[in-house]
Ligand binder design. Structure first.
Ligand SMILES: Cc1ncc(COP(=O)(O)O)c(C=O)c1O
Length: 320
């Protein structure tokens, strides 16, 4: 599989000693994929190492991708396009820009990407229309799906899992935010092929359990096809918790804001209001419920998202 290396790897694994002491166990660690380097980092930077290699191999001129208004994937794609001199078109929903743009939206503009806005249900049609227009101009367009969550992008988390094993293979649990599913798919794929004894706990950020499992399995099947393997090697049961969808995607509640403040004030680590704040809030609730045994070692996989912290709409609640 082609890959162009630009992420800052390996990302560190750190022991969250103050948080662990405050909670009274289990043993808590963090994998800092918020430090992958490109434009404030995040999990998409790893995936884009593989996807951009494919873009360049196909000699595309324009990259088109889509996401929510404060998408971290979109921001990292805009940065990587700037880095490789590719035109970048971003299709965002819902509706229209903020004035002035904040967080990821501000950064997209700074990276020189062209941005179009539409309703959620018009996104796919707009991507197809714009691709046609680009082709009409005699250019080659390349569409990266939401979250770069296709089998090519997910290969990055096969590699990331192996990176973790080489740093520390003794974790009992990995906890992470699952959005479009590529990150969990890559980790599950690698875990199923290793002799790691632990389990992966996905916290769904926007889809139901059934939808999320379908997405993850679909990506894993695609990974198997790329690697020419058989379906029997798939893990039988995926853990995806749908209890933390709250008031919806991007709506920060007490679960998220409490977790963000706790990580900031005990460890000096920033989480984000949409993904890692929700996944960390879920992990804290699981700890309070006694889900993890006190001697178990739990790795919270930080997947990035920091710029969304600077989005105006979250500020007042975070400081409350
Ligand atoms: C900060 C952050 N964490 C987690 C995710 C979820 O990753 P995935 O889409 O691979 O499930 C995303 C993107 O969707 C994200 O931006």
């Amino acid at each position: 599989m082609n890959r162009i290396e630009f992420a800052h790897l390996p990302t560190p694994i750190q022991h969250l000693t103050r948080l662990e002491a405050k909670l009274g166990g289990p043993k808590l660690y963090i994998k800092r994929d918020d430090l992958t380097g490109l434009s404030f980092g995040g999990n998409k930077t790893r995936k884009l190492e593989f996807v951009i290699a494919d873009v360049l191999q196909k000699k595309a001129d324009v990259v088109i991708t889509e996401g929510g208004i404060q998408s971290n994937h979109v921001r990292q794609t805009a940065a990587v396009c700037a880095k490789f001199g590719l035109e970048c078109l971003l299709i965002l929903s819902p509706g229209q820009t903020e004035t002035p743009p904040s967080g990821n939206l501000f950064l997209n503009e700074l990276f020189g990407a062209r941005v179009l806005f539409c309703d959620h249900d018009q996104r796919e049609a707009l991507v197809a229309d714009e691709l046609k227009k680009i082709q009409g101009l005699g250019k080659l367009g390349y569409v990266i799906p939401m979250g770069a969550s296709n089998p090519i992008g997910a290969m990055a988390y096969d590699l990331a899992f192996k990176e973790m094993l080489s740093q520390d293979s003794g974790f009992d649990w990995i906890v992470l935010a699952s959005g479009s599913g590529g990150t969990q798919a890559g980790l599950e794929y690698a875990a199923a092929r290793s002799n790691w004894h632990g389990s992966i706990y996905g916290v769904s950020i926007l889809f139901s359990h059934a939808d999320m499992v379908k997405r993850i399995q679909g990506i894993m099947e695609g990974m198997q096809t790329i690697n020419g393997e058989t379906i029997e090697q798939m893990p039988k049961q995926l853990i995806v918790d749908e209890r933390f969808l709250g008031a919806g995607y991007g709506v920060m509640g007490k679960l998220e804001s409490d977790a963000i403040r706790l990580f900031a004030q005990t460890e000096g680590i920033l989480l984000d209001p949409v993904y890692t704040g929700r996944a960390a809030g879920a992990m804290l609730q699981l700890i309070r419920e006694g889900f993890f045994k006190s001697k178990q070692r739990v790795l919270f996989w930080h997947t990035g998202g920091t710029p969304a912290l600077f989005c105006e709409k979250y500020r007042a609640d975070l400081l409350a």
